[in-house]
Design a protein around this ligand. Structure first.
Ligand code: WTA
Length: 632
């Protein structure tokens, strides 16, 4: 772990945005803001929370019983009241909240705050009609359409816990999430549209609920009016029918600050994916504060976060954070390289996007196809660029900064996780930016790079990224598995371990190098090695499987699988295709291995754990490191 990173440190350089960026920003001077936080951490979060509306104030800002925290103790709130009513009852009443674009120009919908509030209330009343109550789990498996966001907010309105499943996941992943949360209702659509093709979602849901006895009803948004899919009334109900005759008002359920708001699954290192639980009050304050101060959202902004709400970025910065700030948000069902690689630039020009938040994998794809695509469009509306999900390598930073931002727009490369709920590290607006480095902990966060004993490492030496103090939007537990939650806090005593390797420079800027565990980030999506392996092993020809991530210029990583066949099965291209197809059906297209190699044995520890890092080292021609636990 104590690898030396001096070469990269020496090469790095800084870009300093114009002074006006900082002067006009909410955050202002970073050092001053950070010192103010350190001087009074509780007071800092107290004043952030006071900008929002609560039904009952807190007795105490935080209560820390390591490793469990409670924030805004005994306060009552409803996040949708702050996302919607607060604006609908103000000057922002007729301000646009959501602008949705489908794959073609004529597919557009626009909702003001007043309209969005009504839609949410009507759907919330519909859900209540189905018997959904506070604390019930509702699974949302939908394309990026306004109804997806309406469904999330409607759950929150009545205190139901939503669990959004990305529409690219297949049957088994969906089934696992429905069973894991014992969801009562599943909300889906007939189709999602991608690259001009209609991809059926309802069929996947039908298969996924077969072994999920908790499900009582399935709500289906029928988008294809010409050939409406059939509704089986014993179980299924049409999205719009559900709202027939319901009122346009629905009082917000008063939620305790610690009540769960949602569960979002993220892939784990071993075993099943983890259901990360976020709580109403702290999550609200954390996403509100960061959206305002990291993106510097103002009333005149047109804000676009390209992430699907199926991921945490979509939850925090596609839905809750911007709506809490009364922003005008663009959401799209588009694919960045369809019909041309100019789709995003076209949309930025057309909607006048000012804040653009995307992922390094997309930026690298745009780089590959060349700057002639963005150069055809007027991107002068842009004022702030953001990146998240993987390290933004210096080449991609420069390209984003020069070609898209024309050297004018600060880039906030934000480091955070599903577990953290909100952005944790970045270079705040107006501060000098160092390509390849995310920057420093934001005001509100205490973080460092440490060795295995928890001691801070000197500049240039690799270590583990840790968070040293609780923060409002930290996950509260892992659904049905608090023990697993506690593990995050006991690898390094007293610290939350992010499982990322990082290195600091002389100025305290942090570079995130990658995961220290077994997650593979493919095109910005987290794929657990365990999930892909278990999908492979579920094929009748496979005895054992191990998968690793291989660095890839475009996707960040690709998946390579090593497969041991059952006796009597012959390796061959036909079988490779079968296995690929099998993974596609079980986990979805994002988890497909790009290489499959048939092997006779796998490196394992004495206790039988596959040593993926040995496979990886072999594959990449690197030193495998400590192999003392390797089986003979
Ligand atoms: C990685 C996404 C480098 C990291 C919000 C983290 C990053 C994991 C960055 C969490 C960044 C996220 N630079 N790496 N700016 N942002 N990561 O849960 O490995 O989908 O632990 O949350 O993505 O992924 P998750």
């Amino acid at each position: 772990m104590a690898e030396n990173f001096n070469v990269r440190l020496n090469e790095a350089k800084y870009y300093t945005p114009e002074a006006s960026c900082r002067e006009q920003s909410w955050i202002g001077d970073y050092n001053r803001a950070y010192q103010a936080f350190l001087a009074d951490p509780d007071g800092f979060w107290d004043s952030a929370a006071r900008e929002l509306e609560w039904f009952q104030p807190w007795d105490q800002v935080r209560e820390w019983e390591y490793p469990h925290a409670r924030w805004f103790v005994n306060a009552k709130l409803n996040i949708t009241y702050n996302c919607l009513d607060r604006h609908a009852h103000s000057q922002r009443r007729n301000k646009v909240a959501l602008m949705w674009r489908g794959e073609t120009e004529d597919e557009e919908r626009i909702l003001t705050y007043r309209q969005l509030l009504q839609e949410v209330c009507r759907f919330a009343n519909g859900l209540s009609r189905l018997g959904v109550r506070k604390g019930d789990r509702v699974c949302i498996y939908m394309p990026v359409v306004p109804e997806q966001i309406v469904a999330m907010l409607a759950c929150a309105r009545i205190g139901a816990i939503h669990t959004v499943v990305f529409g690219g996941f297949g049957v088994s992943a969906l089934n696992q999430r429905i069973r894991g949360t014992a969801a009562k209702v599943v909300i889906t659509a007939d189709f999602t549209y991608r690259r001009g093709k209609a991809i059926p979602l309802k069929n996947i849901v039908e298969e996924a609920v077969v072994k999920a006895p908790s499900v009582e009803r399935i709500v289906i948004l029928r988008r294809d009016a010409e050939k409406p899919v059939e509704i089986h009334p014993e179980m299924e109900v049409d999205y719009h029918d559900l709202m027939n005759g319901v009122g346009r008002e629905c009082p917000p359920e008063p939620m305790d600050a610690e009540d769960p708001l949602f569960i979002l699954y993220t892939s784990g290192t071993t075993g099943s994916p983890k259901g990360i639980v976020h709580a109403c009050g702290g999550y609200m304050v954390g996403t509100y504060y960061t959206t305002k101060h990291i993106f510097d959202v103002k009333d005149s902004d047109i804000y676009w976060c390209t992430a699907d709400p199926g991921w945490i970025t979509g939850h925090s910065y596609g839905v809750y954070g911007p709506l809490l700030n009364g922003a005008t948000c663009l959401i799209t069902e588009t694919t960045p390289d369809y019909p041309t690689p100019a789709t995003n630039w076209d949309l930025i020009e057309e909607y006048g996007v000012t804040i653009f938040y995307t992922a390094p994998t997309a930026i690298r794809m745009f780089m590959r196809v060349g700057e002639e695509w963005p150069n055809r469009y007027n991107l002068s509306s842009l004022r702030i660029l953001g990146s998240v999900g993987e390290p933004l390598n210096p080449e991609a930073f420069e390209w984003f900064y020069q070609t898209i931002g024309k050297g004018r727009c600060p880039i906030v490369d934000t480091w955070w996780q599903t577990e953290t709920g909100m952005q944790m590290l970045t270079t705040t607006i107006g501060e000098p930016m160092r390509p390849g480095f995310v920057g420093k902990p934001i005001p509100g966060v205490v973080a460092d790079v440490v060795d295995k004993t928890g001691k801070p490492v000197p500049p240039g030496t690799g270590g583990l990224l840790v968070i040293k103090e609780p923060w409002p939007s930290m996950m509260r537990t892992i659904w049905n598995d608090d023990e697993r939650y506690c593990k995050y806090w006991d690898t390094i005593p007293g610290c939350y371990t992010a499982a990322d390797l990082a290195v600091k420079d002389e100025d305290g800027y942090i570079m995130v190098i990658g995961r220290s565990d077994d997650l593979i980030v493919v095109a910005g999506h987290n794929i657990g090695t365990a999930e892909v392996e278990s999908a492979l092993v579920s094929h009748e020809a496979v005895a054992e499987a191990a998968v690793i991530g291989k660095p890839d210029a475009l996707k960040g990583n690709t998946i390579k699988a090593f497969v041991i066949l059952r006796d009597g099965r012959q390796p061959g291209d036909k079988l490779k295709n079968d296995l690929t197809y099998h993974v596609r059906l079980t986990l979805g297209p994002i988890a497909i291995p790009s290489e499959i190699e048939f092997v006779r044995s796998l490196p394992k520890t004495r206790s039988g754990k596959i040593m993926r890092r040995v496979l990886k080292a072999q594959e990449l021609g690197m030193d495998p490191g400590d192999i003392s636990t390797l089986e003979e």
